[in-house]
Design a protein around this ligand. Structure first.
Ligand SMILES: *Cc1c(COP(=O)(O)O)cnc(C)c1O
Length: 378
């Protein structure tokens, strides 16, 4: 799927390489050869576009998709007619019918949800698959170990909901040395022993990359598909996927001692050339990326952009629709030809922008707003 860019109307754009997403998906599969490789496409496929990403992976042979909400599940279903679509949360008595109609597989997180699904299946006389989520230590979602053991002993109840998958989620796989990985693996193995014959799934992206033996039958990578860091501060083998650029709206010359932006927080230390670009927090550039005048700047420097083969520092505060870069060191003849400044992509890692903002790549990618034009290539 591709779309014609409309550079005449957008001042910020996110170019998404669907070919790279597919290549990353295939590469992840090589790490866990005995498991099927699924894909987490929740949160609009981490900002990359739920429908185009799901369609591309579906065509590449991905059979298992994970979304967070029933609404996302319905969107995924429209472009992946025959895939298994697992919805991680949000089953209620009121929306259980949607799941059945759209053929979505609810991931059941507690006895209440199991009751809802069992009742739904009984009422309609139509047993539809579900997944069981076990909490093995994260204390976020899922049946506790004792609840899971109770369910395993209650064969009638288990039969009434017809699970096709048992899963759990790792809390610390982004730190491969963390002892919690092994604790959770052991807990998951104990539960697999009392739920024999079910497909098992434990690993997210970091779980696939952190160590061998976490793949089980099905993996659930998200962030690594989209080319960002899964293991903390490790670039990893993934292809870059997304490029975020902002159009240069104006280049201005300012004198030493003058200030830049809201709050006059940046004082120019020299006569400077400033490029103002058309992306701000209304497009998804976090205000915390500001070069000056936000609390994090006491700890580490702000974001950098990339233009004419050079990194350029952001200066002053990020506004809603724009932000400013110090381009004094770019030769004027080159700058004249430049139209866009990259905020992340091939040259500036999304995780580096994230670090400048005190957050992680996931947060930046999922935070890209609709005003930023998305262009799908590959
Ligand atoms: C988001 C999520 C994933 C994908 O995680 P990544 O770290 O992005 O690979 C997998 N499983 C569950 C339960 C999730 O919530």
């Amino acid at each position: 799927m591709s779309k014609v860019a409309s550079p005449l109307v957008a001042t910020s754009r996110l170019t998404i390489d669907l070919g790279s997403i597919v290549r990353n998906w295939k590469l992840l599969g090589l790490f866990t050869p005995d498991a099927a490789t699924g894909a987490a496409v929740k949160a609009n496929a981490y900002g990359m576009g739920l429908e185009p990403v799901t369609a591309a992976l579906d065509s590449a042979g991905c059979r298992h998709f994970f979304v967070a909400t029933p609404g996302e599940g319905i969107r995924a279903r429209k472009v992946a007619a025959n895939a298994e679509i697992f919805v991680l949360g949000g089953l209620t008595r009121e929306n259980a019918a949607f799941y059945q109609e759209a053929g979505l597989i609810p991931v059941l997180n507690d006895p209440g949800e199991i009751e809802i699904w069992a009742e739904r299946c009984r009422q309609t006389g139509n047993r539809k698959p579900c997944a069981l989520h076990f909490d093995t230590g994260m204390n976020r979602l899922g049946l506790s170990e004792s609840q899971a053991l109770q369910l395993a002993a209650d064969k009638a109840r288990l039969h009434s909901v017809s699970p096709v998958l048992i899963m759990s989620h790792l809390a610390c796989a982004d730190d491969p040395q963390h002892p919690m990985i092994d604790c959770q693996k052991q807990a998951f193995d104990r539960l697999r022993a009392v739920f024999p014959g079910f497909m098992g799934s434990l690993a997210n992206s970091a779980g696939i990359l952190a160590q061998e033996g976490l793949g089980y039958d099905l993996t659930r990578p998200g962030i690594a598909l989209y080319g960002a860091e899964a293991i903390d501060s490790t670039v990893g083998p993934m292809d870059s996927v997304a490029t975020f650029e902002a159009r240069i709206l104006q280049v201005r010359h300012a004198k030493k001692g003058e200030t830049v932006g809201y709050g006059a927080t940046h004082v120019l230390a020299r006569d400077s050339v400033i490029a103002t670009v058309g992306a701000g927090y209304g497009d998804g550039v976090p205000r915390a990326a500001s070069g000056d005048g936000v609390p994090l700047r006491a700890q580490f420097p702000g974001a950098v952009g990339h233009v004419c083969d050079k990194d350029v520092p952001m200066i002053g505060r990020v506004s809603m629709d724009s932000c400013m870069f110090d381009v004094t060191d770019i030769p004027a003849a080159q700058l004249e030809k430049a139209e866009w400044i990259e905020l992340f992509g091939e040259n500036v890692a999304v995780d580096d922008l994230a670090r400048a903002c005190g957050t992680i790549g996931y947060d930046i990618l999922t935070g890209m707003r609709d005003r930023c034009e998305r262009v799908w290539v590959g």
